[in-house]
Design a protein around this ligand. Structure first.
Ligand code: UD1
Ligand code: CA
Length: 451
């Protein structure tokens, strides 16, 4: 039997933020979501989340989490030991193992937790914790061992003397307890320390039977207490994501300048040029070339698409399209095969058929363009009358001249030609030329009188 408790009640004073620390974002997910995700394959009988500081916000963010957490309120927040004391009631009848995770240690791998639990059950210790040797252990609790290699005690950085601070073996804040034994010692914790709090770490010496497991990959146990550690973690996570995709056949010209989300998937032979960023849920097909300088969010991009210096959000782009430079695809921009979207063109909630081109300076919104439509420079679909949005439909093979305004609702048939500078307010049938502009006047021999 396994219960997991995530400690997420602390304020995170050192973050200097209005947001509770565990809700700080890291590569598109909150810290506490990442901690919960690291429990991956463990399948606990109970999942408990200890909340306190801004508890409503933390609960609201996690109430629909697939692990179905039970929220346990810790009020006031009197330290990590006090947090775990709050489990005495909800786990009164529980007699299995309790895995305690700090809500601010977000990069753990589920394999590491699996191994910790396996090791703990094999040795039958009262507690087994994750430790690491750090070059710079400042801020972490130091772990002191007995001669037989088991753990004697943990002393917090601020409670250590000079000599003790030289110990580089630190407590990662991840523990596997035998709950029936832990619950005997929890009431014995005292606040006799620099912070005047109840420390979970003091249970280790009270239990007197503690093992530890040393983590090799230090990125896994990085705890986040301030913005600089948050940035370091973001860096490590990005590094993991990029290495993963490089191993899958994606090239990065300048990897460190690009950021990915976990829900972005790439095909093979994709080239990511510098300063390109992927957020949310994306699928990028084989042979695409994205960047430099692009932001792609929640998009489906098929194969062999090139995107340069552009922003794409919620768009679906078929194979062979060419986007940018300086294009803006907004939600529900649906581009057929081989569509060309050029500079300073914005497309929103519009469908463009195969081979259509919008090359320069246009706004296409709430429109449906057939195939091989050529939209002239500066063409605008005037979709909004101040109250509602209206649709523009343009048939296959039609062309609009430069600086046309199509006042929606409007329907242009197939193979229509729109003269440059036209403002059209009425439908145009198949094959017609539509002109909607003032006739040019010519006054011969005209000269302005001298002033
Ligand atoms: C803790 C450990 C330290 C370890 C480090 C690893 C203790 C006393 N110290 O220190 O040995 O090296 O983690 O990262 O445990 N929390 C509550 N309620 C509280 C206080 C904290 O739920 O009353 C939660 C916080 O939200 C956080 C976690 O517990 O997620 C750790 O608290 P934090 O104050 O960051 O502990 P550290 O000083 O980092
Ligand atoms: Ca911490």
């Amino acid at each position: 039997m396994l219960a997991i408790a995530v400690l997420a009640a602390g304020k995170g004073t050192r973050m200097k933020s209005d947001l509770p620390k565990v809700l700080q974002p890291l590569a598109g997910a909150t810290l506490v979501e990442r901690v919960m995700a690291s429990t991956g394959t463990l399948k606990p009988e109970r999942m408990l989340l200890i909340v306190g500081h801004q508890a409503e916000k933390v609960e609201a963010a996690l109430k629909d989490h697939p692990s179905g957490p039970q929220f346990v309120l810790q009020q006031p927040q009197n330290g990590t030991g006090h947090a775990v004391q709050q489990l005495l009631e909800p786990l009164a009848d529980f007699d299995g193992d309790l895995l305690v995770l700090n809500g601010d240690v977000p990069l753990l791998r589920s394999e590491t937790l699996d191994a910790l639990l396996g090791n703990h059950r094999k040795t039958g210790a009262a507690v087994t914790l994750l430790t690491a040797h750090l070059e710079n252990p400042t801020g972490y609790g130091r772990v002191f061992l007995k001669a037989d290699g088991s753990v004697r005690e943990i002393i917090e950085h601020r409670d250590c003397n000079e000599e003790q601070r030289k110990n580089s073996l630190i407590n990662a804040g991840i523990y596997c307890f035998h709950w029936p034994r832990l619950k005997q010692v929890l009431p014995k914790l005292s606040a006799d320390n620099d912070q005047g709090e109840l420390y979970l770490t003091d249970t280790v010496s009270l239990l007197g039977d503690a093992g530890h497991q040393v983590v090799q990959d230090l990125s896994e146990i990085t705890g986040i207490n301030n913005r600089s550690q948050l940035a370091q973690c973001e860096g490590m996570l990005q590094e993991r994501l990029r290495s993963h995709w490089m191993a899958e056949g994606v090239s990065f010209i300048d990897p460190a300048s690009c950021t990915l989300s976990e829900d972005t998937r790439f095909g093979r032979d994709v080239i990511i040029e510098p300063q390109s960023h992927f957020r949310g849920n994306n699928t990028i097909g084989d042979g695409c070339k994205i960047g430099p300088g692009s932001l792609v969010q929640d998009c489906v991009i098929e194969s062999d698409v090139h995107v340069v210096l552009s922003m794409l959000n919620g768009a679906k782009v078929s194979s062979g399209c060419r986007i940018g430079p300086y294009a803006h695809l907004r939600p529900q921009a649906l581009l057929g095969k081989g569509v060309r979207i050029g500079n300073f063109v914005e497309v929103k909630k519009s469908q463009l058929g195969e081979g259509s081109k919008v090359n320069h300076l246009s706004y296409i919104g709430d429109a449906e363009l057939g195939s091989r439509v050529n939209v002239g420079a500066g063409t605008i679909t005037a979709n909004y009358d101040g109250i509602s949005k209206h649709r523009t439909v343009i048939g296959d093979g039609s062309k609009t001249g430069a600086n046309s305004v199509l006042v929606a609702p409007i329907n242009l048939g197939r193979n229509v030609t729109v003269g440059a500078g036209s403002t059209l307010t009425k439908d145009v049938p198949d094959g017609a030329l539509a002109l909607g502009r003032a006739r040019q006047l010519l006054k011969q021999g005209w000269s302005t009188p001298p002033s």
